[in-house]
Design a protein around this ligand. Structure first.
Ligand SMILES: NC(=O)c1ccc[n+]([C@@H]2O[C@H](COP(=O)([O-])OP(=O)(O)OC[C@H]3O[C@@H](n4cnc5c(N)ncnc54)[C@H](O)[C@@H]3O)[C@@H](O)[C@H]2O)c1
Length: 265
C-alpha cells in the first residue's frame, strides 16, 4: 500500500491566496516574467502556515493541467507539436506532456524572438530526445497535431480564417492569441467558465461576439469524468484555461508539506 502525504490523504486542509506579478520586459535581462507569492493558511484556525516564492509552482500547475488536457483531447499516437511562444510556460508544458502520456514525434516553435524559439526546440531535443524543426512562419504551426499558445500577446493576431484540422488540438494557454471566429469553428473546453470569460480573453471575445456561451462544449473537469459530448462532425478542439487558484494552493500545500517532511525551513 502506498502511504499518501498527509495533504493528499485529506488530513491537512489549507486555504490561501496567490499574488502574481507579470513583467514581460524582465525577459530582456534574463529574469522570469512572472513572480508568484501564495500565502497558505490553516483551514480550521486561519493561522498562516506558509509563504512561498512560487513562480515554479505556478508554472508546474499550469503545465500539468495543460498536459492532462492534451492527453485526453489529442487523437491517439505520437503527436507533432508546435509551440507558439517559447518561454518558461512553454518549456514547462513541454516537459510535462510526456509525463501525462502524450507521445511527441516532433517539436517545433514559432516565437517573435528567434532565440527563444531555438532554445525551446533545443530543450526538446536535449531533454526529451525528440526531433526538432524550426518554423519560419506562424502559419506552419497550424500544420501540427497539437499547437500550444504560450505568448504574451495582449490581443489576437492569428488570422480569423486560419485553417484548423478536424481533431487537431490547441492549448490556448496565453488566452489572447486567437480571434473569436477561430473558437466558434471549434469545440471549446475551459477550466472554469465564469473565470475564463473575463478580461478580453478569446473565449470572452467569442461571448461578446455571439451574445451567448453556447460555443463552450464543457469543462476539463467534465471531460475527465467523461461527461462531455463533442460535436458529431469532429471539429478541432481548443482548451482555454484561465488557471485555477485552487491548484496553486493544492500544489503549494504539497510542496510545503514535503519541505517540512524533509526538514527544510
Ligand atoms: N492560463 C494559465 O493558467 C496561465 C498560467 C501561467 C501563465 N500563463 C500565460 O502564459 C503566457 C506565457 O508565459 P511565460 O511565463 O512563458 O512568458 P515568457 O515571457 O517567458 O515567454 C513568452 C514568449 O512569447 C513570445 N511572444 C510574445 N508575443 C508573441 C507573438 N505574438 N508571437 C510569437 N511569440 C510571441 C516572447 O518572445 C516570449 O519568448 C503568458 O501570457 C501568461 O500570462 C497562463
Amino acid at each position: 500500500m502506498i502511504a499518501l502525504p498527509a495533504y493528499l490523504a485529506g488530513e491537512v486542509d489549507r486555504i490561501g491566496i496567490k499574488w502574481i506579478s507579470s513583467f514581460p520586459r524582465n525577459t530582456i535581462v534574463n529574469m522570469p516574467r512572472a513572480s508568484a507569492v501564495p500565502l497558505l493558511n490553516d483551514y480550521e484556525t486561519g493561522r498562516p502556515v506558509g509563504c512561498q516564492e512560487a513562480a515554479g509552482i505556478s508554472a508546474a500547475r499550469t503545465a500539468v493541467s495543460a498536459a492532462v488536457a492534451a492527453a485526453r483531447l489529442v487523437d491517439g499516437g505520437a503527436q507533432s507539436c508546435a509551440f507558439v511562444g517559447g518561454g518558461v510556460i512553454a518549456r514547462t508544458i513541454l516537459e510535462y506532456l510526456p509525463v501525462a502520456g502524450v507521445e511527441l514525434s516532433e517539436v517545433s516553435c514559432y516565437d517573435d524572438d528567434p532565440a527563444s524559439a531555438a532554445m525551446l526546440s533545443s530543450h526538446a531535443e536535449a531533454r526529451l530526445g525528440v526531433s526538432r524543426k524550426t518554423l519560419g512562419t506562424l502559419g506552419e504551426a497550424f500544420t501540427r497535431d497539437l499547437v500550444v499558445f504560450a505568448t504574451t500577446a495582449p490581443q489576437p493576431y492569428v488570422p480569423a480564417d486560419v485553417q484548423l484540422r478536424p481533431g487537431q488540438a490547441l492549448l490556448n494557454i496565453s488566452l489572447r492569441d486567437l480571434p473569436p471566429e477561430v473558437l466558434l469553428g471549434a469545440d471549446n473546453i475551459v477550466d472554469d467558465v465564469e473565470h475564463c470569460l473575463k478580461a478580453q480573453t478569446s473565449p470572452h471575445l467569442a461571448e461578446q461576439l455571439t451574445g451567448s456561451r453556447d460555443f463552450i462544449t464543457g469543462t476539463l473537469g467534465a471531460v475527465l469524468q467523461d461527461r462531455v459530448t463533442f460535436t458529431a462532425d469532429r471539429r478541432p478542439i481548443i482548451f482555454s484555461p484561465i488557471g485555477l487558484g485552487v491548484l496553486d494552493i493544492a500544489v503549494g500545500a504539497f510542496v510545503l508539506e514535503e519541505a517540512q517532511r524533509r526538514g527544510g525551513r
